[in-house]
Design a protein around this ligand. Sequence first.
Ligand code: GLN
Length: 506
Amino acid sequence: MQKLDPYINVDPGTMSPYQHGEVYVLDDGSETDLDLGHYERFTHSPLTRQSNYTTGQIYLKVIEKERRGEFLGQTVQVIPHITNEIKRCIAKLADDEVDVVITEIGGTVGDIESQPFLEAIRQFALDVGKENCLYIHLTLIPYLKAAAELKTKPTQHSVGLLRQIGIQPDVLICRTERALPASDREKIALFCNVPVRAVIEERDKDFSIYEVPLSLVENGLDELIVKKLGLNAKSLELDDWRELLHRLRNPDTEISIAVVGKYAEHKDAYKSIYEAIDHAGIEHHAQIRVGRILSEDIQREGPERLLSGYDGILVPGGFGERGVEGKVDAIRWARQRKIPFLGICLGMQCAVIEFARNVVGLAGANSTEFEKDTPYPVVCLLDEQQNITEKGGTMRLGAQVADLAPDSRAAECYGSAQVQERHRHRYEFNNQYRKQFEAHGMTFSGTSKQGSLVEVVELPEHPWFVAVQYHPEFKSKPTQPHPLFSGFVQAAVRRNSRDSMVESGS
Ligand code: GLN
């Protein structure tokens, strides 16, 4: 699977979560579009650096070639040089192991910046033979409330534009709020020059995104694809998806988890975190109400009003000073009230800061990311980062091995003494403080392979307090919840049932 993004950033690593949602990190350390998270959650496709290209990357490659003189005096142009580079990026994925390459082009038909990508895939069908290529156009069918009707016009126009540039979609997937009546499907088919059965309804699922594959199959998409590409496919095995939805629909209990982040009001900024919480909920038969809480609000109002009643508190990653003190306050609340707590990346760094200030007694302790001259730099820049000034792709990135202490909560969750998790950070726990912290009850239960970098911290005296420098959320799947999320949610379920027993007097 592959995503081509028409924006000019070389990768989304330099973009604000407000602009582009979460930056999704792969094993090989590439910083990619959050759609790659969906690809990993929904499929078993192996993803690498070659799974996400942007206009910026394509141009960078072509310009570097030009500087090396590889175009032998030619005038370098969008067609054919940029389009050739795009086609090369698509073809690169097609090694002997691969039956089908699925390439998604981001943006909207008609955008100026997506034109070279559309031209490239038009040419691609000529290169590989039309019978080996299938075009699926994803289109929005808006519902006008005032008129109480669905509008097919935008679809007619976008398909019209595609046909002008020489692409006839084979299948239209119609995103819609309401059921698409047969008459609308027929109209779309007629105006867009596709058979009616290739007009596939994809209605919003109010229950779960994990209903989507089953509904696409019900609407016949799988058969259309197999037939057009002449694939020798076995019948689809979807029992695990059906089981998953059954569990989602029939929870035994309901719990609530607060996610305290600086981008909490933005739904996509912590996408993988919210998904990973859901996955663990499915495993433990729990419906989870997630409270997205802005850390600055906690800073302003204190944790009492905003965090009371939650069964678990999660503090995710982030960059920059804004809202950090609110995260620290939330962690103090979780520690003192013995509420299950999971800290991730900046969340771990804040847990360390909180512990330093309020338990070890290092008043004013901080990360040098937020306060250069703090008296107690308990979190500081990684050595390897000292001389790095460029921002793009320069953090400690991707899968790294961590060793876990045998009796730790982390090792118990994973059921293993060694794990590989994905990273994206520049700062780390300052090892000078290790002994002092240990003397006050924090354990360093996970360290990087050479034992130097702290990867996991825990409070063994607390019912469930684990914080990690890496991002476990990127490896959670609906059918394979991440062990740490699973352990965290289980602890929250336990706390919830204990609380309700107390309330009912039993
Ligand atoms: N800002 C912190 C660092 O760079 C944490 C990063 C993160 O949460 N991804 O180390």
